[in-house]
Design a protein around this ligand. Sequence first.
Ligand code: ADP
Ligand code: MG
Length: 703
Amino acid sequence: MQKNVIEDVFGTKVFNDDVMREYLPKKTYAALKSTIENGEELQPDVANVVAHAMKEWALANGATHYTHWFQPMTGVTAEKHDSFLSAESDAHAILEFSGKELIKGEPDASSFPSGGLRATFEARGYTAWDCTSPAFLREDAIGTVFCIPTAFCSYTGEALDKKTPLLRSMEAISKQAVRVLKLFGKDDVATVKCSVGPEQEYFLIDRDQYLKRDDLIFTGRTLFGAMPPKGQELDDHYFGAIRERQAAFMNELNTELWKLGILSKTQHNEVAPAQHEMAPIYSTANIASDHNQLVMETMKKVARRHNLECLLHEKPFAGVNGSGKHDNWSLVTNTGENLLSPGKMPYDNKQFLLFLAAVIAAVDDNATLLRMSAANPGNDHRLGANEAPPAIISIFLGEQLEDIVEQILATGTADHSNKGERMDIGVHTIPAIKKDATDRNRTSPFAFTGNKFEFRMLGSSQSVSDANTVLNTTVADVLQNMADELEKADDFDSAADKIIYETLKAHQKIIFNGNGYADEWLVEAEKRGLPNARTMVDATASLLYPKTIEIFERQHVFTETELESRAEINYEAYSKAINIEAKTMIEMASKQYIPMVIRYVTSLAESINSISSACAAADVSVQTELLTKCSTLLANAKKALVSLKDAEQKANAMEEGKEQAEFFRDTVFTAMAELRTPIDELEMLVDKEYWPVPSYGDMLFEV
Ligand code: ADP
Ligand code: MG
């Protein structure tokens, strides 16, 4: 029988369990497995044997190079290739790869953002093998490269990347969750892993059009552009039939992802025209995070093969929805139990209620920090803009759990829970279906969805590491306090009830089941004292809150110095991003739009002159009116351009840091909007033949 394409290609480029079994001696395989699964320390002799097996496998599959693949604080991945070539004996190339080379790399760290963790003259940085995320082969024009997922740290051991803190946070939450589970008699639970399923939104546009827009090339989003007559108002793109060109892209994308062992599962058209989504089946946070990086890279690469450009920016086009990433998160024991699964009788499931309470407390206590973990300059355009959850963190529990919470708050315990009913659609030929106990709420930033939480604030281009690091660490800290108290208790059951009650009571203000997009919610949230950090700059302060430092140090995820470095990097990254946008606007306005409008108004003036001299009685009012309007807008644009240049210069004269970022946010960003307005108005007036770049209509509808 012919094999299905998925079975045929799945995992063929991964040094996965099957390959390990085949290539590794039994003892080495067992040792490596126990490191991967139980977190036991890896011995050097094991690494040597694994390295040899990896080399054999990689060479057999055509690899010429290997690389330590890591995730510096730029949020994208980094790599430096080494060929397997080691020495030459007479005419023969010798190919080698040792345990040392597998375990440790030493890329120059001085050119990666370090947020003051190191001075530029201190160049040493180390990459260290993360055996919990499988190594893989990447094939493209360069040939085949064997990629080894690694953590990246400084000479003094500080994390310089996004993977290390995530791994530390996974250890933290595992440790505390295991303690709590012991109290529930689950002695067989050795580890708890957090599982993550990131849904990825993206845009696909024609690459020829993309290449004509400097704003897309330099900043990932359009900085100018008038809305076309049609946007997303008909909702006809969402889940619409996928057109051939995009279908061909998705087909190839899936194949490439499956080869890498990525569980690409769903695909569909999204709300905005030219917008799509892909979601994989969830996996362990660390692997999910690595895989999501590969998903983004693969999307970009495959798109180009179809003369398409994949836009991962959070807001490529003003006026239609931007792109986000939903981080589905839950906790699963090594015995296979999902700790966020309420079971059949959630009201009676003390263990579930305790973990639920812990998540609620962690999110409430660290709302701004969680908001920060989803912050980047692009996402500032989405959060709170009626297309994505607001910048205010709240939790949606759904009717069933909300009812249980209410019972507990009223009487200390709950004694029943609502069940999902059968649903009648009114057509007898359609089988009766059972509906869930709870409807969905798309407007909530942090929603309970059956057996997991869905954190919906993340931006489409972001690494999911930060969000999961914050979630794991803050929940671990609450669990630690709970375990401390419960371990001391004489009567475990009533102590647990008491903790659940008190936690829910203290944090009920974060629970909100209503419409997060409504203006009333802003008022209500303020009344409840929930923070509303509107921008990345506002949210970044939370990295240095005393309680953040305390929690992260206690859980051994970040030192104070590491947190300071992340805050510094955020401010710099924000300033740099806005600066590039401002400079791009200045360049496009000065070199493209303004000269083009001058040409256009000149042609209008010439036309008026020649018509009037040919026939004095001819009506030139249309041309004259257009000439006046365009000239006024042109003058406005010129004035706004001067202001933007001025603001940009002032910003750049400032010292890097928080104040500079605030200046970019308040002054430069505002000046950018003022330049955009007259240019977008001109786009509606000027002859399309003159317009120097593709319009929104061209890009969104002609793909
Ligand atoms: P939506 O309806 O929001 O689009 P889906 O049902 O497609 O959501 O699932 C979204 C994601 O949630 C998928 O990546 C899925 O694998 C993931 N997911 C499902 N169960 C869990 C879980 N227990 N932990 C983490 N992620 C999960
Ligand atoms: Mg979702």
